[in-house]
Design a protein around this ligand. Sequence first.
Ligand code: NCD
Length: 323
Amino acid sequence: MLTNKNLQLNSLGKLQHFLSIEGLQKSLLTEILDTAESFADMSEQQVKKFPLLRGKTIVNLFFENSTRTRATFELAAIRLSADILSMNIATSATSKGESLLDTIRNLEAMQVDMFVVRHSLSGAAHFIAEHAAPHISVINAGDGQHEHPTQAMLDMFTIRRAKKKFSGLRVAIVGDILHSRVARSQIHALNILGAEEVRVIAPKTLLPAQVESLGVTVYHDLTAGLKNIDVIIMLRLQKERMNSALLPSESEYFKCFGLSDDKLKTANKDAIVMHPGPINRGVEISSSVADGPQSVILQQVTNGIAVRMAVMSMAMQSNARGD
Ligand code: NCD
């Protein structure tokens, strides 16, 4: 069987699909960040459109809800001059019993060049990449509880812009780590890029078994965990993925693990506060912190466009027919 790494990279070691962060080299992650940096600069100009993917057809295949991710993938494709079709899977033939592979075969017959896939099953994007025609690139926009690599890269981009480098950085990821594909991708990215320390702060019920093996230190107390921290990443409680009561109540959760102004003071003075969204005010984060001077939550959204432009253009260039 092909490994993730082999499947994502072409024979020249270039990004052909973007399925997971795990197993990628630091140089490739840095190339994504540097490419995104040039798109971010260009996006600040009045004309935001570049002809790089002119004539290419991209299909957004979202089997799960999304606001930010879907919209920023669409805008990224439009700004690269590609044509993009966003499929509403709830009203597609999948609900009539068509298999995932049949859906893919039908879209391939319409001569598409790239699939951006969000699916509730871990491994769905890998499966599509393995079975799609060789000229098609597949980008994982979140698969179950596995990975969400473009979210992690836009987070790394936001961190690098604020803090300049990864060495010496202490990062805390707080909340529902168990159900978070974002956290998994972030942990891999931070370790590959050379962060000093990655902490996870959560109740025991919201941590995966053997989480330390991912390269993190574990805290169950927010105040202790935020000491000396440069970057705080808050996560939403993913109640839609919880099949049993893992928590007493939302107000109890906020008291112990919610980020309030008081708790924020425990971290370094210049710490930044991040959240992949959607945020639940008063559950994992107070409004005053979410809207406060240390929050970079909306910058993350803006940066998502440049990072997705980078990943899409890199994958499409490595996957040009005849490469
Ligand atoms: C996340 C996701 O869907 O994994 N959101 C996102 O992509 N911005 C996190 C979440 O749903 O809480």
